[in-house]
Design a protein around this ligand. Sequence first.
Ligand code: 0A1
Ligand code: ZN
Length: 877
Amino acid sequence: MKDGQPSAIYLKDYQVPAFLIDKTELTFDLDESVTIVTSRLHMRRNPKSKFRTAPLVLDGGEDVKLIALAMDDYQLPPEEYRLRNHQIIITATADEFVLTCETLIEPQNNTRLEGLYRSSSMFCTQCEAEGFRHITYYLDRPDVMSVFTTTIIADGDKYPVLLSNGNEVSRSLNEEGKTVAVWHDPFPKPAYLFALVAGNLEVIEDQFTTLSNRAVTLKIFTESHNIDKVDYSMDALKRSMKWDEEKYGREYDLDIFMIVAVDDFNMGAMENKGLNVFNSSCLLASPKTTTDDGYQRVEAVVAHEYFHNWSGNRVTCRDWFQLSLKEGFTVFRDQQFSADMNSPVVKRVEDVSFLKTAQFAEDAGPMSHPVRPSSFIEISNFYTLTIYEKGSEIVRMIHTLLGEDSFRKGSDLYFERHDGQAVTCDDFVQAMQDASGIDLSQFKRWYSQAGTPRVEAVGSYDEVTKTYQLTLTQATPPTANQPTKLPLLMPIRVGLLDENGKALTSELNGKNDTSHVLTLNLSEQVFEFKQVDTAPIPSLLRGFSAPVKLSYDYTVEQLSILMSSDEDGFNRWNAAQELAVRELNTLISQARRGEVLSIESQLLLGFKALLDDQSLDKSMVSLILSLPSQAYLSEISEEVDPQAIKQARTYLKQLIARALEQEFANCYEANNVDVDYSPDAQQISQRQLKNAALSYWSETNSVAAERAVLSQFQSADNMTDQFSALSIAVNTTHPEFQSMLDSFYSQWSHEALVVNKWLMLIAAQEADNGLEQVKQLMQHDAFDLKNPNKVRAVLGGLGSSVSTFHNETGAGYAFLADQIIVLNKRNPQLASRLCTPLTRWRKMKPNLSVLMQKQLERILSEELSKDVFEVVSKSLA
Ligand code: 0A1
Ligand code: ZN
């Protein structure tokens, strides 16, 4: 960083706003060269502020040019206000006044994709978290809630669709022949929920009748070539609306709900009031172009953004430190929804696997932070897995502790008590406590303590008294600025099995059951299960009831029993992972010592039984068959050796593939059925198992498997099968893989989202000339540095390739650093996220660690955005 370093802001410094804005009237005169924004802000001093004479301070951005400023009808001359650090400061104000502000912006030059910008041929906005200040000067903070009226003036031929929040109140032509559309949103909202879209778009329309019989018009807009790919989103939207009524009693509140797909977007989607804006990758779906995973993502994101209408919009955040108030709760809600729409246990395994891989890594790294951070430099850096996924786990724990009924009472109370307010995480927990009568004061520590707690379990059985004692100890490791930690309150769901895997009933606290929820809240605690017939195998942390690292000294036999018989599906998967992790760790150590790899795998028997048993849930079988990922194995390593991990995974996969070749071939054939594609749970699980079997089978390099791969690639009528075959071919260096890649591109060059999958596959490839290929990709017609999806495809792909990224010359790290430096100027949010792999430098083996560190230092010596500066400086600290 060259000049003065950006400084942090602190939660402890929070003050209520000195001014309020009751009404916000905005006029946008849209044009390709300059856009003029006129705002009329109906302001008054906040009676709740203790600063009765505080100056008015409005936030702006370096890209906003102030043209005129008036207070009531008085034009303020420059000497009556100050412009400093992109803020307007007015010292003398009345208690109530209308501030009129005219600004000039250039959306076509906005490459940060915050505020108002151009994507393809349209204008669109992204205002969360602090994007509104790139449109006009404002009190850009979530606790300033205002009623917005928006007037959009534009050339009606080029931009026939003109949208903003709320309801359209009028549409006319002005004297210059331009179209003037006026929108009004009756619900007070913070500026981060403002949205505007102007473009030549196609629309599909539908209707939803709410519980109280109100008709809501639903519209989804895309550019014309994509309008055939939004039927599934519309269906997911209607299912979400119904589900939120049934599960949470939440009805939609406006007469219209709109979604717009845009190609250039930094994140997944945005919940602007009544006008959601989506990254097209999270909205468009068709069988031929979208994989099953893609369909499920679309369903989840549509639901997530819709659910925000209550958890986020009607009740919003007081300040950005409370971000998880809306995000943790909304992720929990979308996870529940997806579980209800599909298989709950499969969904749980997928979510936990993601959490344990990526969030645990974040929580153990230099950007570790509490779910309610106490400080930040740039809020955009805090849209993290901790805020979202760990935040959701916290809400899930409340749900487990309270039970379904009290949890619903708590959420009803929360919405009723805080409707129309901007509140805190404490307010949420308080409503849960008040509705249930359960004391959650200690539980609140989950919001302020970073790091993943470790829980150790030790059991002992007494034959004579038939009691089983389980001792649990907990400790949370130190994290940045938090050297010591207090014990947390957490639910630990436990069951007991006999040596044949049969569930044992036991008595705990007067309750007889095969499953109990223990409340752990001390550093060390003993739980006594009575009436236990025989020495049990404990099934611990069922359903992953708390986001912790739990250890228990199981024998291989006990893990095998849990894997094949536990009544808790999640723990069956977990036991299989644990078995695989043990074997992979042995192999990783051999690889690190330069030995020939060799192991007798205990997984074979269990995997064979799984493949032979036709009655099991096929998704669960394929999840159990999937070996722990490169990323997860890195997360649990003390010192990461990517090459050794890769070698170990390949060895074990090939060993299993050879031993069970016939089983995999049979499984593939049995599940390779011809059906009309539908993204339903049953079909998805069958394709998942089929492709998992094909992936193993291909590791044998048998001619039959190679033929099956090629034939599936050529004849598939859906993207799941076609892309699975292609990925397998690339990863096993199938003799035809290059021609398959080429033909895939020619088949799909007109479909941007499919091309992105192709870009990622090539960038992630393990090839000797990997870096050359990545460089060529970035010169390819299909690449565009302006489009975050494409940048993420190529650079994200690169980051997951062991041989290219973790190349011992350091060339992979240097290349990524070069791209970060370029993007830092264009799109700081995107650049900052690309830093993640480098932030793990301290955990890498020494030679790689030094190479990564050097690149971080090189980045830090540049003139940096706040976004990149925060991540890189904290990583090196
Ligand atoms: N609130 C959105 C996430 C989001 C955050 C920031 C954005 O722009 C920088 C865009 C979207 C959600 O949770 O879906
Ligand atoms: Zn969200």
